[in-house]
Ligand binder design. Structure first.
Ligand SMILES: [Zn+2]
Length: 74
């Protein structure tokens, strides 16, 4: 079954950006406001049944509180 429709693959260079960070607004739980630099971080909460809390932190709050985004963790 031959596809005759011309669907050329997108010519995007993989080396254009090593770190693709989608620009999406999220609620920063630290300064309690929306931010376009917010990334998902996990706070391990020992002694809790939940275990891990999922929160978003913006760039400046991550710097202040030494938070590591989930995507940057090993
Ligand atoms: Zn923040």
């Amino acid at each position: 079954m031959a596809e005759t429709t011309q669907t050329s693959p997108p010519t995007e260079s993989p080396t254009a950006s090593a770190q693709l960070v989608p620009r999406s607004w999220a609620y920063c739980a630290w300064h309690k406001g929306m931010s376009d630099t917010a990334r998902l971080v996990q706070i391990e909460d020992a002694g809790s049944n939940v275990g891990v809390r999922r929160l978003f932190a913006c760039e400046s709050c991550r710097d202040v509180h030494h938070l590591v985004p989930v995507a940057d963790q090993p």
